[in-house]
Ligand binder design. Structure first.
Ligand code: ZN
Length: 88
């Protein structure tokens, strides 16, 4: 089971900031920036590249909502939205 699925199943604790039937969002344990939040599908996918289209649409909609909340609440100058594929 991957680390995200471990978090979804509750085996690994996380500071969850959003959850619905398809998506969970939580604070990164080793943040690279202020407000570093991970938004992941509850269904296991290897990466962004093989995420089903409708699920990807929902993940991005939630990411947009959370990014707007972060921007408004942290009064930051900008937001980075990115995804990692593979170890590189
Ligand atoms: Zn997984």
């Amino acid at each position: 089971m991957c680390i995200f699925c471990e978090i979804v199943s509750g085996n690994i604790p996380a500071r969850i900031v959003y959850e619905d039937d398809q998506v969970i969002a939580f604070l990164d344990v080793a943040p690279t920036s202020y407000g570093h939040t991970l938004v992941v599908p509850k269904q296991h996918v290897e990466s962004f590249l093989d995420c089903p289209e409708e699920l990807l649409d929902h993940v991005m909609k939630v990411a947009q909502e959370l990014a707007n909340r972060l921007k408004n609440n942290l009064n930051c100058d900008g937001i980075n939205v990115l995804t990692n594929v593979g170890e590189a």
